[in-house]
Design a protein around this ligand. Structure first.
Ligand code: FAS
Ligand code: PHB
Length: 402
């Protein structure tokens, strides 16, 4: 039974909305999630695969980390392939941290199961969701469902509805500044029940284009090749995909890769986007609703978790301590971390992809930077620090320059 009122109305039941709902529930703060799609549709979207250690720790804090700790794969390094060879970046040796390979689909599943277990309310297949009055002390959201218009009064609205959601779109254009860069290519991704070609991820810079060898488990792989924005997924047979992937890998990987039928195949565009600020009165944006990164750096899902960590703490402080310091500082705190991840994701994309407009000199400069990167401990450490995830500013980051 839908209530007429809640403390926090959350728009969107992706990882941002579900994780926020869990953290708020654990703190005794009432929340309702309203989602445009069905739960099955949300689970059908194949997206991220790499969790930063801080994201994995946050899932533990939320009480939903058990399966991730049991089934997730700890990775201490990644490999960069270029010039016909592979070069390992020793993430753990350089930073003391690792990443966890655990699909976003599984994270979403675990969060949905936890929400169901505590009887959390999620209104799926909600049409025409609209936020109202977020510039007042009495916001609300409305939506249509089963032929009825629903109204939910609340004290705060969390816009967790992704890049194409209604939350950011409801903000007056004069109140938000958008920064955007679209990349002149996409990623064609394939999911297959085959063993990984290597025990760690391989990022390949090849003259034919970028390729990435990732995985979901010891028996399920996720591969990507850079493709034209004009490409349609129907044009790519499995055979054509595997052939192109092999051409972009080093000889050893190309020789040993195990191929098989795709169980999912899709093309995603790449963009860098940030909307500033992330708070408008009683409406606070989190995750893809506020920012997008090209997936090269595996930051999208991790940034969403980072926002939710700050937002949950700010809302708990408001309701429990009657302080709005966290709410007032939310946007600036998130954006300092968001822009560092935007920079890293842009840099790693620029370093590994084939850009039509940079010509031969562009590839020579990429090769020079790759040679420097794998040959310099300082450069490899800088990359590793960003890949495993920068520390939260509200924890002691013992910067050597502090
Ligand atoms: P999401 O977009 O996941 O969730 C938003 C939710 O809001 C959705 O369920 C949507 O249905 C709902 N919604 C939208 N509009 C609504 C409305 N008007 N009313 C109600 N609900 C509404 N990140 C990585 O780190 N690595 C990757 O490899 C990677 N691959 C990606 C591939 C694709 C195709 C896309 C689109 C993103 C990818 N990402 C990747 C980024 C992705 O993982 C996001 O960062 C992550 O899903 C962010 O989670 P949310 O902020 O919850 O947004
Ligand atoms: C994935 O497994 O989907 C994945 C892994 C690393 C990335 C991007 C995507 O950088």
């Amino acid at each position: 039974m839908l209530p007429k009122r809640t403390q926090v109305a959350i728009i969107g039941a992706g990882p941002s909305g579900l994780l926020l709902g869990q953290l708020l529930h654990n703190a005794g703060i009432d929340n309702v999630i309203v989602e445009r799609r069905s739960g099955d549709y949300v689970l059908s979207r194949i997206r991220a695969g790499v969790l930063e250690q801080t994201t994995a720790d946050l899932l533990d804090e939320a009480g939903v980390g058990t399966r991730m700790r049991r089934e997730g794969l700890l990775h201490d390094g990644i490999e960069l392939a270029f010039g016909g060879a592979r070069h390992r970046i020793d993430l753990c040796g350089l930073t003391g941290k690792h990443v966890v390979i655990y699909g976003q689909t599984e994270v979403t599943h675990d969060l949905m199961d936890a929400r169901r277990a505590f009887g959390g309310i999620t209104a799926y297949e909600a049409a025409d969701v609209q936020p109202h009055g977020f510039d007042t002390a009495t916001p609300s959201i409305t939506w249509r469902q089963e032929g009825h218009t629903r109204t939910l009064a609340c004290e705060f609205i969390a816009g967790c509805d992704g890049y194409h959601g209604v939350s950011r779109a409801s903000i007056p254009a004069s109140s938000i500044t958008s920064y955007e860069r679209e990349y002149p290519f996409g990623w064609l991704g394939i999911l297959a029940d085959t063993p990984p070609v290597s025990h760690e991820l391989i990022y390949s810079n090849h003259e034919r284009g970028f390729a990435l060898c990732s995985m979901r488990s010891p028996t399920r792989t996720r591969y990507y090749v850079q493709c034209s924005l004009e490409d349609r997924v129907e044009q790519w047979s499995d055979e054509a995909f595997w052939d192109e992937l092999r051409r972009r890998l080093d000889p050893e990987a190309a020789e040993s890769i195990v191929i098989g039928p795709s169980i999912e195949k899709s093309i995603a565009p790449l963009r860098s986007f940030v909307g500033e600020p992330m708070r408008f009165g009683r409406l606070l944006l989190a995750g893809d609703a506020a920012h997008i990164v090209p997936p090269t750096g595996a930051k999208g899902l991790n940034l969403a978790a980072s926002d939710v960590r700050f937002l949950a703490r700010a809302l708990i402080e408001h309701f429990m301590d009657r302080s709005d310091a966290g709410i007032d500082g939310y946007s600036d705190t998130c954006l300092r971390r968001v822009w560092k991840a935007e920079r890293f994701s842009w840099w790693f994309t620029s370093l590994t992809h084939r850009f039509p407009d940079t010509g031969a000199i562009g590839r020579k400069l990429q090769r020079a930077e790759l040679d420097y990167l794998v040959g310099s401990k300082a450069a490899s450490t800088a990359m590793a620090e960003n890949y495993v995830g920068l520390p939260f500013e509200d924890t002691t980051y013992n910067s050597p320059f502090a």
